[in-house]
Design a protein around this ligand. Sequence first.
Ligand SMILES: [Zn+2]
Length: 276
Amino acid sequence: MHSLDMHSLAVSPPAPEAACRLPAAIDRLAGSLTNRLIRATRWRVIEVPSLQPIVSFTFDDVPDSALHAGAAILEAHGARGTFYISGGLEGRVEPDRTLIDAAGCRELAARGHEIGCHTFGHQDVRHVDRARFVADLADNARYLDAVDPRPGRRNFAYPYNSGSFGKRRILTRSYRTCRAGGEAINRGPTDPTFLEAVEIRQPETHVAGLTRWIDALVAKPGWLIFFTHDIAPAPTPYGCTPEAFERLVAHAVERGCCVLSVDAALDSMGFREGGR
Ligand SMILES: [Zn+2]
């Protein structure tokens, strides 16, 4: 998820350590540097094959329009997506979006979509101490298991795409992969604890131009992961319209890409449970 999310500012209760936190601009810079260092020091490595272009469409938080519009568009193209859920946001009504509830999550799973973890409290993992982080992940595991019981590890997406050196061991134990941002395609040696992804966000002209990422993937295959939030006629800055999303999905299919959920993409690339 983006680093300047107005929603999450409202969502996350202040952490106990907030009083000694750096000013916001410096904290964002610290987060950006942390992400760069994490990318420079891979924790695990998988080899993404270059045989065929694979595209995954993923949703964070997740607004209910991602179910009603986003999932339906994927299904119309015979594809499925990955929905990274924060249980603590369940049913939350905000001025410009409403978050999915448990029934919506069950419906997504029943329709063949993947339910992933986005933490329970949706806080920047850098600002959560280890004990609280473990408890938070356990809370979300209980929530997700209630709506989508399944064996094996889920996939994870960092709130605000913000990584943490100290949490990598915990995340590796609990999740098959962890997705960040980065505006890049995963090719060749790739750290499954910090997958790269490209954001679908406003303005609509920007979304229309994202087909260039699909063209680049077809020219040099790997694994392109998109992420977004709401799919609505009047989207938030962090989503897009159904028409724009439809064009993007259709372009991936027409260019011959395999459009798969994150979990199905890992399976198709031959990685066993555990992402290796
Ligand atoms: Zn998020």
